[in-house]
Design a protein around this ligand. Sequence first.
Ligand SMILES: Nc1nc2c(ncn2[C@@H]2O[C@H](COP(=O)(O)OP(=O)(O)O)[C@@H](O)[C@H]2O)c(=O)[nH]1
Ligand SMILES: [Mg+2]
Length: 352
Amino acid sequence: MKTDLRLYGFMGETEPESGLLPAVVLSQQKDLYRVICENGETSARVSGKLRFAAERPEDFPTVGDHLLIDYQRDGESRIEKLLPRRSAFQRLDPSSSGHAAQTAAANFDYVFVMQSLNQDFNPRRLERYLTLGWQSGGTPVVLLTKLDLCGDPELMIAQACALAAGVDVLPVSAVTGEGLEEVRALLAPGKTAVFLGSSGVGKSSLVNALMGSEVMDTGGIRQDDDKGRHTTTYRQLLLLPTGGCVIDTPGMRELGMWDVRGGLEESFADVTRFLGQCRFSDCTHGNEPGCAIWEAIRDGQLSRTRWDSYRKLQKEAKYADDKEAFLRDRQQKHKSIAKYQRTLKKSGKVKY
Ligand SMILES: Nc1nc2c(ncn2[C@@H]2O[C@H](COP(=O)(O)OP(=O)(O)O)[C@@H](O)[C@H]2O)c(=O)[nH]1
Ligand SMILES: [Mg+2]
C-alpha cells in the first residue's frame, strides 16, 4: 500500500517532475537524510546539482522539508529539489561562529512553546519563545507542562494568558494525561507541531504520551550527543496514532535570535500600537516631549516591563543584523588592505 504523504502535511501542491517523487524529511544526521515517500521510508542525500545550486545554509533540507527525490529502491535516493517552506525555524549555525542562519525545522503548523509549571516558568523567556514562534510562520500555542507537580497553577496560567494574547494556553501533564485531549485536538491529520522549550521541560515525555509508547528517552539524557545515544537524534518527525505529527528536534535548544522583527510585531502588539504616535516622527522614546510610549506607560495603558522586554528583544535582533554587516565590512576591509599592499609592493615602495 502506498504511503499517504498528506498525513505528513504534504498537500500535493506541486506537479511532480518527470520521474521524481514527492518526499518529506523525517530526520537528518549530517549529510544523510531519512525521508518518506509513497513507497515508504528511504535514506537520501542531496544531489550534486542541488548542492551546487545551494547558496546559503538555509538552502539545504531539514526535518519537515518537502522534497522531490529520485527514488532508488536499493540504496540511497537522491534529493533533487527542495520545495518552498510554509514555515521554518532559523537558528544560528553553531559551526559558523554564530553569523549564519541554518534551518532547524520546516513546514510545521504549530509551535508548542513549552514551560513547566513547577520550576521553569519564566515570563521573559515565554515572550522570547512567542516571538520566535510568530516569526517562524507557524501558530504558537503555549503548553504549560507538569501540571501534576503544581499545587496552584492558576496564577501562572493567568500570567501566560496575559502575555500570550490571542494564543491558546494549555496546561498539560504527561503523567496524568490531563490536557492531552486538547493537544490531540489541535494535531488533526496532516497537522504538525514543533516543540520549543528548555531541556527537561518535558518535550520527550509529551511525545511519548501522545504516541502512547516510549519512543523517546526521557530524563535529561543529552539530546545532541554526537554518538546518537538518544533516539531523538535518529527520529525527529513522528506520525502520531491520531494522525498529526510532532517534531522534537535536538537543534531547537540552541535557537538564537535571528531575524525576529516580524515576530516582534505580533507578539508585542500591545506595545507596537503606540509606535508612530509620538509628536516627533523620529522620537527615540528617551525623554522627548510628546512621546506616546511614555504617555501610555504613565496612563497605565502600557506596562513598563513589556516595553523593556520589547526594547531588549529589538536590540538582540539588531545585534544579529549588525553582526552580519560587521563581518561583511571587515571582510571588505581586509580585501582593500590586501589590494593596497599589492599596489605598494608593485610600486616598489615596500619590500617584503
Ligand atoms: N511529574 C511529571 N514529570 C514530568 C512530566 N513531563 C516530564 N516529566 C519529567 O521531567 C523530566 C524531563 O522530561 P523530558 O521529557 O526528558 O524533557 P525534555 O528534555 O524536554 O525532553 C523527566 O524526568 C520526566 O519524567 C509531567 O507531566 N509530570
Ligand atoms: Mg527530550
